[in-house]
Write a protein that binds this ligand. Structure first.
Ligand SMILES: Cc1ncc(COP(=O)(O)O)c(C=O)c1O
Length: 389
């Protein structure tokens, strides 16, 4: 009886799906150390390199001295320090919304927002490739769940036409830049569909904020009049820190302050983290050149995958999946790349669908042209001039 975890672990291992925590050390000159070895890092979501930015480090250090290292209570008790107000005002301005609300992390934010906006008697409609935090939020809500084909607005509309009347509230959930596929949603079409069927739309911009938009606001232009009902963003990716936010109307914000359980029942973010997040939002608009360079390098690699290895990838973001269809080859390629000084992670089911395990190349501002050449040489050795299956 006591050995049941061992049996389950063995089953996961045999399927080639065992996960393992590996100790890393912070990046230095664009390289991350894994088990002591320096590697070019294609694995992090620190797209703009902000986790190591001196201005963010200084802001965090000053806040630690002024406020201490912890926030001591949840936001609704006494943890709602003035840094929250300043940060939320700046976020609303960045996204062109009436208000914003900061949460502990993107996972906690999706969990709370989705389970607050929908409940029993409602339906949550999720893009097939939506992140686990959105799926979990939908499960927690107690609403009916239905999934539609990836980025397929027609499939969504088909469900809405057939089922809308059966439910009180409808919440549609999409990402704008997909975390494991790197492609971009047709957001305007989703907004129209939601509007036509009196549904709410939640757009998760976790991988878009910081990288896209004139000032780094994300895929959804802050000047657009028609916006999703709520937009989600996280500080843990391009903004280099930790935590997350949703941007929405004042009314929805007030509703969420009263309903969002991960906000109500969890300790507020530490002051140094809030201060670093605030600094990131302040400097983001001035990083246009970094954004352009990052996306140009990623585009160069996409073009190279197509020309040299006949691998076509969707989208035009900083996330590039090399889909290989069999888990063994994906794991072999991950090891081969690591042996050649490159860290790019194998992504396997259940994170991605069964038939599309992949290596996820995540570009950051630290990646240089010579790193792409190194990656090209390593891939050529692995595929030995053959087109991958
Ligand atoms: C689309 C999406 N939403 C939310 C999250 C969770 O964000 P966080 O890492 O801040 O918990 C992720 C993280 O990978 C994500 O990809």
């Amino acid at each position: 009886m006591n050995s049941w975890p061992a049996v389950e672990i063995e089953r996961i291992r045999r399927a080639g799906l065992l996960r393992r925590l590996v100790t890393t050390s912070p990046p230095c000159h664009g390289k991350i150390r894994v088990e002591g070895k320096p590697l070019v890092d294609f694995s992090s979501n620190d797209y703009m390199g902000l986790s190591q930015h001196p201005a963010l480090k200084d802001a965090a250090a000053i806040a630690a001295k002024a406020y201490g290292v912890g926030s001591r209570a949840s936001r609704l008790m006494s943890g709602n320090i003035d840094l929250y107000d300043r940060l939320e005002k700046k976020l609303a301005r960045l996204k062109g919304t009436e208000s914003s609300l900061v949460f502990g992390s993107g996972y906690l934010c999706n969990l709370a927002v989705i389970s607050s906006l929908a409940g029993p008697g409602d339906i949550v409609l999720l893009d097939r490739l939506c992140h686990a935090s959105m799926v979990d939020g939908a499960l927690l809500s107690g609403a009916r769940i239905s999934r539609f084909g990836h980025n397929d607005v027609a499939a969504l509309e088909d469900i809405l036409v057939r089922k809308r009347d059966r439910y009180k509230r409808v919440l549609i959930c999409i990402e704008t830049v997909y975390s494991m596929d790197g492609d971009i949603a047709p957001v305007a079409e989703f907004i129209q569909a939601a509007r036509a069927h009196e549904a709410m739309l939640l757009a998760d911009e976790a991988h878009a904020v910081g990288v896209f938009g004139k000032d780094g606001e994300g895929v959804i232009n802050r000047l657009d009049r028609e916006k999703p009902t709520v937009m989600i963003g996280t500080f843990g990716k391009a903004l280099g820190g930790y935590g997350a936010f949703c941007t929405t109307t004042l009314q929805f914000r007030e509703y969420l302050v009263n309903k969002a359980r991960s906000l109500i029942y969890s300790t507020a973010l530490p002051p140094p983290v809030l201060a670093a997040n605030l600094k990131a939002v302040e400097i983001l608009p001035g990083m246009k050149e970094t954004r352009e360079r990052l996306l140009a390098r990623a585009a160069r690699f996409r073009e190279l995958l197509s020309r040299r290895f006949c691998i076509e990838t969707r989208g035009n973001s900083q996330i590039i999946p090399l889909i290989l269809h069999d888990i063994k080859t994906v794991i072999e390629l991950e090891r081969h790349l690591q042996g050649n000084g490159i860290l790019a992670r194998a992504i396997r089911p259940p994170t991605v669908p069964k038939d599309s395990p992949r290596i996820r190349f995540s570009f950051s501002s630290a990646i240089e042209d010579r790193d792409i050449s190194k990656l090209e040489a390593a891939l050529a050795r692995f595929f030995k001039g053959n087109r991958p299956r």
